[in-house]
Write a new protein. Structure first.
Length: 196
């Protein structure tokens, strides 16, 4: 057998093995975690220095940045595997639902004038519960544990009202680090090590 034939066979087998892998979506927690934390902290800094009403709307940058990144990484995952599992579809639909509810809820609360009272608690609660449920569906205990801790902490922003409202932002950012960034890195490492 010639060397080029052997290389062709190896490439074909490698392509079949690569194509038979399960879709993982290992980047999605990070794709949403980092923009969320960055935009919440940007909003905190902007409100601290400028104290103008437009600063309340900086959080809209989260879906503006996160949505194209999510579509990009889902495309890569689908291209790599050629399919989506039932679990992945359930998780994806859950997170799309959480994203839509968060955006519509944030806009509605902003126009209703109750944004500062409870938006970050609701947002933290939705994402923390999403982390927990994702961990349960994938049977990945670090996501379950982080989701449980973050869900418990989601009520802390309620204690920062009136003059202390501004501090809800870094508290929420801390909750998102626990709910999205930490389990996101752990899951990415798990996928890399075990090729799930």
């Amino acid at each position: 057998m010639r060397e080029t034939d052997e290389l062709d066979i190896i490439t074909q087998i490698r392509g079949r093995v690569k194509g038979s892998q399960e879709p993982t979506g290992e980047n999605l927690f990070l794709v949403w975690g980092y923009p969320t934390v960055i935009f919440l902290l940007l909003e905190f800094v902007a409100l601290k220095f400028w104290k103008t009403e437009w600063c309340d709307w900086i959080w809209i940058g989260i879906p503006v940045v996160g949505t194209p990144l999510m579509i990009h990484y889902l495309g890569i995952d689908y291209e790599r595997t050629g399919r989506r599992t039932l679990d992945q579809n359930a998780i994806l639909q859950m997170w799309i639902f959480v994203g839509c509810v968060s955006c519509i809820g944030g806009l509605a609360m902003g126009f209703a004038g109750v944004f500062r009272q409870c938006f970050f608690t609701i947002l933290s609660l939705l994402c923390s519960m999403g982390c927990f449920l994702t961990g349960v569906i994938l049977r990945f205990s670090p996501k379950v544990i982080c989701g449980t801790i973050a869900t418990t902490l989601s009520f802390v922003p309620l204690f920062f009202q009136d003059d202390l409202w501004l501090w809800q932002l870094p508290v929420a950012a801390f909750i998102f680090i626990i709910a999205l960034i930490i389990p996101g890195h752990m899951f990415k490492k798990y996928v890399k090590n075990y090729g799930v």
